[in-house]
Design a protein around this ligand. Structure first.
Ligand SMILES: Cc1cc2nc3c(=O)[nH]c(=O)nc-3n(C[C@H](O)[C@H](O)[C@H](O)COP(=O)(O)OP(=O)(O)OC[C@H]3O[C@@H](n4cnc5c(N)ncnc54)[C@H](O)[C@@H]3O)c2cc1C
Length: 227
């Protein structure tokens, strides 16, 4: 069973993911920090202090301690490479698209790509027809853009941005308040968090994000590595 909780504070986002496995309780804990930080700068005590500070809902709220056995600093970004094919080269998963982890969509997208691609290969080798392979990129991209939008939206709502001002902060609070008070918005969020059935997803338009990018294979070939 997995339970996910988000905490939004003026300082930064927390995402907690509790995974009950056998008799042990494992938690993924995400703290927003400076992406240039080195994990060594985040000793266990600093992490616990930050979690206590940012997660407590009332004085004396107890946060149970446990062993921290893995730490990492992950730069977040949105990225889509389209089309996801070039001739007979087909891209799937993170090779073709990256989402910020706020929506927990990366692995799910990779699996969805592979499912669509596998059935296209099956058709190709069973019938000799390449129709599904030719449609692979556009079919996969429907889901990809939907997930990009969801992850971007969750991040825009829950993260603190260094270039944001007081107005931006109030906009985030207003968006969050709407979600918290609206059953319709909560249903929409839950629907997108769970994800669409395979194959084919709700068609979203191309999302233009100030933090996201869309590039072509040709662009990528002639450019510097992604930051
Ligand atoms: C901390 C963290 C938390 C995440 N949480 C979630 C989550 O909750 N839900 C979710 O859906 N997604 C999550 N993701 C994203 C998810 O892990 C990725 O989107 C997913 O693993 C992408 O799968 P992939 O197969 O495309 O790439 P990868 O899983 O990166 O697999 C690529 C493989 O190729 C290998 N490889 C690379 N180069 C070569 C080479 N030259 N030759 C041979 N092998 C090579 C690599 O070693 C690797 O094993 C998270 C990611 C991180 C970092």
């Amino acid at each position: 069973m997995t339970e996910v909780e988000f905490a939004f504070r003026r300082e930064a986002l927390r995402r907690l993911e509790f995974r009950e496995e056998v008799e042990a309780a494992l938690c993924d804990l995400y703290l927003q920090c400076d992406p240039t930080d080195h994990p060594a700068a985040w000793g266990d005590e600093r992490i616990w202090a930050e979690l206590d500070e940012r997660l407590s809902t009332h004085a004396g709220w107890p946060l149970p301690r446990g062993e921290i056995f893995q730490k990492g600093v992950i730069a977040m970004r949105s990225f889509v490479l389209e089309p996801m094919s070039y001739g007979t080269l087909y891209l799937a998963g993170d090779a073709a698209h990256i989402v910020p982890p706020t929506g927990a969509k990366g692995l799910n997208l990779a699996v969805a790509d592979v499912q669509v691609l596998a059935s296209a290969f099956a058709e190709r080798y069973a019938t000799g027809k390449s129709t599904a392979l030719e449609r692979y990129s556009s079919a996969a991209l429907e889901r990809v853009w939907a997930a990009e939008h969801f992850s971007w939206w969750m991040t825009s709502m829950l993260h603190r941005f260094p270039d944001s001002d007081a107005f931006g902060y109030r906009m985030q609070r207003a968006q969050l308040a709407k979600v918290i008070s609206s059953t319709a918005l909560q249903t929409a969020l839950a629907e997108q968090y769970v994800g669409s059935p395979l194959p084919g997803a709700a068609a979203y338009g191309k999302v233009s994000s100030p933090r996201g990018r869309s590039r072509t294979l040709a662009d990528r070939a002639g450019s510097a590595p992604d930051p």
